[in-house]
Design a protein. Structure first.
Length: 476
């Protein structure tokens, strides 16, 4: 049986609900656009300053970014094999469920879905905040139905709803928006890098003269802790390089396009991040990078003067629009796939003629709006970040399990260096997960509590779905 037919049979084993199916119309460039759009966003603004504060040395600063890229690269071939062999939309959920069972898939799917909805809310809010800085009229309060509302919050709500309408029309609309915004942001960052190196000579000479005032690098155990925390920030920032796996059923040639999109995404994302950090080191002294929450804005101010801040904020708005579009595409596909497998209500698997899982998209949008309006998206993201690397660890473990249990599975792409490359990625994920638990005492207990509570929720949803399936079978 071919990979495509195997995936199709898995999906079609669920009872039919409504009309329509996902459209197989996407290619490698969309896969890269989804990854670049999702990954290169607000993180590049804050993370360099946080890493420099921990490691105020240019070589150590760059080394942590390189290590983060190597971690992504070590897992890329394993994720490419899984994505090509199990070309289903919905992300890492599919790999864990296929290899480790429904409950493992449920944990991965629900944590992924909720954290992505929370991320969409956070990105929409940052878009509104940056827009308010560009257009002060948007920073005011407004009275609606007798209540005072912050205009940025209203803008964020409309941005989320706007992308809901766009994606509701069909995957071609969503993919078109993703391709265009990802291309614009990539071009803007490349132009910024070139301009900084061409025009930044005077600023560079000033930065070199200021190196003596750089903070001291820690030594011994504090240095190890600083490297761990810096690497944690970098890995969070580069996450998203595997965005194409959320659209496996919609990729025209998954056996070839999924691996190419994953590797292209890793190299593109890390190339852009390293260039932007090199620019920061070229233009600014380390003491100005350290702890700076808007490093790129400071860089642009050195090069373009008063125009620097609005230029960077405009680039970041486009960048985060691309991120928001990708996140809403991701979460709707995850919920859709879980619904097909009976881990959520079957009706959420309904797809409109444009190839959009409409109820899954609607529910994802509603949850994102709830996170936004209640102001709980930061807590949700922090709490669910525990599962961030855990999901990767489960995916890499799934590759080992599937290689052993299903050696006959069609694998259009096989991970290079297996089992060593997969083992390194799995080991790094486990170590990183342990470090996250040790360093985040505030959110890790909540995440563990969510893990405990997830099992009864899983059983209830399975029972409800099985009852509904039995009723549908009797009525037919």
């Amino acid at each position: 049986m071919s990979v495509t037919s195997e995936a199709s049979s898995t999906v079609s084993s669920s009872p039919a609900v409504g009309r329509g199916r996902l459209l197989q119309v996407l290619g490698m460039w969309f896969g890269m656009a989804a990854a670049i759009g999702n990954t290169i966003s607000a993180g590049i603004v804050r993370t360099p300053g946080n890493v420099a504060k921990l490691l105020p040395n240019a070589w150590m600063f760059l080394a942590v970014w390189v290590l983060g890229g190597l971690y992504a690269f070590s897992g890329a071939s394993s994720m490419a094999e899984l994505g090509a062999a199990i070309p289903r939309s919905g992300g890492q959920y599919n790999f864990a469920r296929r290899a480790l069972g429904d409950y493992a898939g449920f944990i991965v799917g629900w944590s992924d879905w909720l954290s992505t909805c929370g991320t969409a809310a956070a990105v929409a809010f940052v878009i509104a905040e940056y827009s308010a800085a560009l257009f002060p009229v948007l920073s005011r309060n407004a009275t609606i139905l007798g209540f005072q509302w912050r205009v940025p919050l209203i803008v964020a709500v409309f941005v989320i709803i706007g992308f809901f309408i766009l994606q509701w029309r069909g995957i071609r609309w969503g993919s078109g928006a993703q391709l265009s915004t990802a291309a614009l942001k990539t071009a803007a960052f490349v132009i910024l890098v070139i301009a900084c190196f061409l025009l930044g000579g005077p600023a560079h000479r000033t930065a070199v003269q200021s190196t003596a005032s750089a903070p001291a690098l820690p030594a011994g155990w504090p240095l190890i802790v600083a490297v761990m925390l810096g690497l944690q920030g970098v890995i969070y920032t580069v996450d998203g390089w595997d965005g194409v796996i959320y659209f496996g059923e919609e990729v025209r040639h998954p056996g070839g396009d999924i691996p190419r999109a994953i590797f292209g995404s890793v190299f593109s994302i890390m190339g852009i991040y390293l260039l932007l950090n090199l620019v920061a080191l070229y233009i600014l002294p380390m003491n100005e990078i350290s702890g700076n929450d808007f490093v790129l804005g400071t860089v642009a101010n050195r090069i373009f003067g008063k125009l620097g801040d609005p230029i960077i904020r405009s680039i970041m708005v486009v960048s985060m629009l691309s991120c928001l579009n990708a996140n809403q595409l991701f979460c709707s596909r995850t919920l859709y796939s879980m619904s097909c497998d009976g881990l959520f209500f079957r009706r959420a698997a309904r797809v409109n003629p444009g190839g959009t899982p409409v109820l899954a998209l609607f529910l994802s949008t509603v949850v994102g709006l709830l996170f936004l309006l209640t102001g709980t998206f930061e807590r949700a993201i922090a709490m669910l970040s525990f599962f961030f690397v855990a999901n990767y660890a489960l995916s890499y473990a799934s590759l080992f399990v599937l290689r052993k249990r299903a050696p006959e599975m069609a694998r259009p792409y096989r991970a290079w260096g297996y089992p060593w490359s997969t083992g390194i990625a799995l080991g790094a994920s486990v170590l990183f997960l342990a470090g996250s638990i040790l360093t985040d005492r505030q959110n890790a207990p909540w995440a563990l509590a969510m893990l405990v509570l997830s099992y009864p929720v899983f059983r209830v949803l399975k029972w409800v779905t099985q009852r509904a399936d039995a009723g549908a079978a009797k009525s037919s």
